[in-house]
Design a protein around this ligand. Structure first.
Ligand code: FEO
Ligand code: CA
Ligand code: CA
Length: 668
């Protein structure tokens, strides 16, 4: 059978609709950026012993540290509920008609991003917002084989026999808002605090910004195009200066099914064109389309366009309606990290985490007013969205994604108004010549220096030679370039970006490679210490570079930098998500960005078997680090677990959130 992309291509090209885009060419290396000109100096050392990579089924930490599990999937968020335990999930008895309703009052599955909102003047109490990205069905449902091995027909049959699993899965997604505090015997969840809230795949939300009410967002259930149910695929996140939570909708294309069936018969060629750069499949990953018609593209083809946005949530008010901020564009969103620019406007850094997709930022039209919270409420509805082009000279430019009949984003090019620019954001970015990147997971300014760090997790498809080909709905160069210099990029890299005049609203920037991840101790690969040696096309798959640091025996191996964060003193923390498990399980790492130890990366945490590490959030006093352990036991099942973390005793693994502190109580 033909893939959806083939059906789509064929039907669109018949209409002469397939757009092509330019791509940046392969270029020479550039000199390392001088480090003398940062605004303030961040901490330049790490006062923790690194740990060796491990394959143990345990959460291991540096000897100076201790960890505590705060929240596990199934934990009750209100004191009147008993929750769901690891013992409970050994059978399917819990999965009855009320399982969804019960899950709406419990911590969700596969926790991802974490943002801490401290009480005013108190770093030890506050609210934690946590994303629940997705479900790994075989780690939740007894009797199920790993999803990858399961045929779509088998999944459909299983869903037909267990229709109550769909409302349960929908309730296990979204966001948890919980109150926590450091009490006499350590960090606790303060269950039932008034702000406690679960936001799920069915929570009513408003659509705001330029796409609000647009015909492409109208469905049978919502003919106004202004109200939508829920959020899912919530991966990385951020906070605003006015105290709201920004959650990203990432792999939303995994949730919709029957697309090829619809594409083969529809006469709506405009909509086919919109799907071109962000297509959904014939079978979803989760099977919701079998019992919930809004996930069946034949019934509600536009529903999917109401996902793939940044959602703003006020964690202090559990009755508030979350808002999808369409001005920030629609793509596989990762990260929404904000910084207040010198003139008071707010900048949001965002990535699109698909292979060969782009880096974005949004600059508000209006200024942040710390004294007038009401004035900040809808700041994210007005402003300019930009996409990045990284030039081989080490310079770069932010290109405005603005509808303009005299510019490239006009009606003839398929953009009748700004709503169409943000809905078809990837296609608009293609036309501007943005640089296709190696999967951007996180994109975050250092609070001390203002420099911005972008983690490109990996891109095994990156080719050695320049070669143009059709990829995800447009033609691009699949070869290495200056900003993505390594072939078969299995281990990922981190880019350091310096906005002109250290002003986040600048349209020009300089950039350099901060880190090429991998195993620096592998004698068969080169450990580069001179920036001039980072030459696209001349780098082998295993070659590494750690910010110019010179001693390969004094740094930890790292595969697939994923989320990044900063402690209050401005050191970069990195968590990893690698399928290959280069030398051990995934972990958490810390590295100074300045000084003699720039690039001296140390592993601080090793995750249990099968888990990726998420989060990387500090309290403002730097004394507590919150991390997520997502999908421990991945590769096994409930019946044949390969991890028993955190419950032990032979029980199946469950995703959880931990807090890490120094034993002596000092900042990490
Ligand atoms: Fe949810 Fe980009 O990983
Ligand atoms: Ca991740
Ligand atoms: Ca982050």
């Amino acid at each position: 059978m033909k893939a959806f992309s083939a059906v789509l291509e064929e039907r669109l090209s018949r209409r002469g609709f397939v757009a092509m885009s330019a791509a940046a060419g392969v270029a020479a290396s550039l000199p390392a950026v001088s480090l003398a000109d940062a605004r303030r100096r961040p901490a330049t050392t790490v006062n923790l012993q690194g740990i060796a990579p491990s394959r143990d089924d345990a959460l291991l930490v540096s000897p100076e540290l201790r960890s505590r599990t705060l929240l596990t999937w199934g934990d009750p968020l209100w004191p009147d509920d008993r929750g769901l335990s690891a013992q409970d999930i050994r059978t399917l008895d819990w999965l009855d008609d009320r399982a969804g309703a019960r899950q709406e009052r419990r911590f969700g599955t596969n926790n991802d991003a974490i943002v801490f909102f401290p009480d005013r003047g108190d770093a030890t109490h506050g609210l934690l917002c946590v994303n629940h990205e997705y479900v790994t069905a075989e780690l939740n449902f007894a009797g199920l084989a790993p999803t990858a091995k399961e045929r779509a027909a088998g999944r459909a049959k299983w869903i037909a026999a267990h229709p109550q699993a769909v409302p349960w899965m929908q309730a296990a997604h979204g966001v948890s808002v919980v109150r926590i505090g450091r009490e006499r015997d350590g960090w606790q969840v303060l269950r039932g605090a008034p702000q406690t809230r679960r936001i799920t795949a069915t929570t009513p939300m408003e659509i705001s910004g330029p796409a609000r009410g647009h015909s492409l967002l109208r469905t049978n259930a919502d003919p106004t195009g202004t109200r939508v149910l829920g959020t899912f695929a919530n991966c990385s996140a951020g906070r605003t200066p006015w105290g709201t939570y920004l959650t990203s909708e990432e792999n939303v294309d995994d949730y919709f099914g029957k697309t090829r069936s619809w594409a083969g018969v529809t006469e709506d060629f405009e909509l086919l064109g919109v799907f071109n750069r962000f297509p959904t499949g014939e079978d979803s990953l989760y099977g919701w389309e079998h019992v919930d018609r809004r996930f069946d593209v034949r019934a509600e083809p536009r529903e999917q366009l109401r996902f793939g946005w940044i959602v703003e949530i006020d964690p202090q008010d559990p009755t508030s309606t979350p808002r999808k901020r369409t001005a920030l564009g629609r793509f596989s969103h990762e990260s929404a990290t904000t910084i207040v620019a010198p003139d008071g406007r707010v900048v949001v850094y965002m990535g699109d985490d698909d292979k060969y997709e782009y880096a974005y930022k949004f600059v508000t039209r209006d200024r942040f007013d710390a004294k007038n919270p009401a004035a900040n409420r809808d700041l994210l509805d007005h402003g300019t969205l930009y996409v990045a082009r990284f030039d081989a000279t080490g310079k770069g430019e932010w290109l405005p994604l603005v509808h303009d009949e005299r510019g490239p984003l006009n009606s003839k090019a398929g953009f009748k108004d700004q709503a169409e620019v943000v809905i078809k954001c990837r296609a608009a970015a293609d036309l501007l010549g943005a640089t296709p990147m190696d999967r951007i997971e996180d994109f975050e300014p250092n609070p001390v220096t203002g420099r911005v760090y972008m983690a490109c997790t990996k891109n095994p498809d990156r080719e050695r030679q320049s070669r143009r080909d059709y990829y995800m709905g447009r033609e691009i160069d699949l070869g290495v370039d200056a900003a993505n210099p390594r072939i078969g990029n299995d281990y990922g890299h981190i880019i350091e970006l310096i906005e002109r005049a250290d002003d986040a609203t600048s349209l020009k920037f300089r950039w350099n490679i901060f880190l090429l991840a991998g195993d620096p101790r592998n004698p068969e690969s080169r450990f580069l210490t001179r920036y001039a040696d980072i030459v696209p096309g001349k780098l082998e798959h295993g070659d590494t570079y750690y910010g110019g640091y010179g001693d390969r025996s004094a740094v930890s191996p790292l595969a697939c930098p994923d989320n990044v964060g900063f402690d209050p003193s401005g050191r970069l923390w990195i968590v990893s998500d690698s399928d290959l498990k280069l030398t051990g399980n995934d972990g958490c790492y810390v590295v100074p960005t300045h000084g003699a130890e720039r690039g001296r990366l140390k592993q601080i945490v090793s995750a249990p078997i099968g888990a990726e590490v998420t989060g990387c959030e500090f309290t403002p006093d730097g004394r507590a680090l919150f991390l997520g352990l997502q999908h421990p036991g991945e590769g096994g099942t409930v019946d044949n677990p390969i991890s028993h973390w955190p419950d032990g005793n032979g029980l199946p693994a469950r995703a959880a959130l931990v807090v890490i502190e120094r034993q002596d109580g000092q900042p990490l």
